[in-house]
Design a protein around this ligand. Structure first.
Ligand code: NAP
Length: 249
């Protein structure tokens, strides 16, 4: 069997490990190519866009893919819709591997918003020293407004951001997983008084939420975009079980 994993996440890498090591299947992981030096999964890897849903469907046919797993990040909306269309066009079974979103607990001061632009609008009322953990894309949302220009931003991303970015900014190049101890220290050292995050879910980047709760720091949480209604599981292990039910086509 040949399984194509649409990746770019910790779970996608874990799934590639499980399918190659334990199940002994042929696995190709697909990466968008956004990160300069990505952590590579075992098995075959292809990098770059397919050219929309039809391009992906052609790739599925050409490479005789038996099962498609969309294990992309919850905020990568376009590729998930493309996967649903491509799977239908090429008659390939599709499963989405989607980690559950985070849930606010006692003591959390969360401010849910629908976009980075909305996050930028609520920020000036919440704090002055912002820990921005939404990645290097979309920083333009935090520019071009005198109120935002008065804030200081600590931007954490895997690769360096490109302009436009906030007027007063320090960049911290790093990638998860992050420890609770490290996040506590970071908030303290930079005197962070508000955090901005996407509702990415998962354990690798959740310690910042605990550190913010402990420090009484508000968190602006960007809600997830819509995803196509397809069969979905929450863990790589469940995805392996699903693959075992699919035969070669
Ligand atoms: P997106 O907006 O959904 O996708 C834009 C285009 O990028 C797609 O139409 C596709 O191009 C290409 N693409 C995306 N993921 C791909 C993949 N795994 N393999 C091949 N092509 C891919 O995606 P995005 O938000 O830019 O995210 C890009 C990648 O980064 C994803 O793989 C995602 O898992 C990972 N990631 C995203 C975030 C985030 O916050 N968005 C965070 C962490 C990791 P074509 O139409 O040409 O096929």
């Amino acid at each position: 069997m040949h399984v194509l994993i649409l990746g770019g996440t910790t779970e996608a890498r874990r799934l590639a490990e499980l399918l190659t090591d334990e199940a002994g299947l042929r696995v190709t992981s697909s990466l968008a190519g956004r990160v300069a030096a990505p952590r590579l999964p075992p098995g075959e890897v292809r990098v770059g866009g397919f050219g929309g849903a039809e391009g992906m469907a052609a790739w599925l046919r050409e490479h005789r893919v038996d099962a498609l797993i969309d294990a992309t990040h919850p905020f990568a909306g376009t590729i998930s819709f493309n996967a649903a269309s491509a799977a239908a066009l090429a008659h390939v079974p599709l499963l989405a591997l989607r980690r559950p979103g985070w849930v606010a607990g006692e003591g959390d001061d969360w401010h849910p918003v629908d976009s980075l632009e909305q996050a930028a609008r609520v920020l000036p009322a919440l704090g002055e020293r912002v820990f921005l953990t939404t990645g290097r894309m979309g920083l333009a949302a935090f520019t071009g407004d005198p109120e935002l220009d008065g804030l200081w931003f600590l931007v954490r991303s895997v690769d360096a951001p490109e302009p436009p970015f906030p007027a007063r900014m320090e960049v911290l190049l790093d990638r998860g997983p992050f420890s609770l101890e490290g996040e506590r220290e970071l908030l303290r050292r930079h005197r962070v008084d508000v955090v901005v995050t996407k509702d990415s879910g998962g354990a690798a980047t959740s310690p910042k939420l605990v550190a913010a709760r402990e420090a009484g720091v508000p968190v602006v949480v960007v809600r997830r975009p819509a995803v196509p209604a397809s069969a979905a599981v929450a863990s790589p292990q469940e995805a392996v079980a699903w693959v075992r039910l699919q035969g070669p086509r």
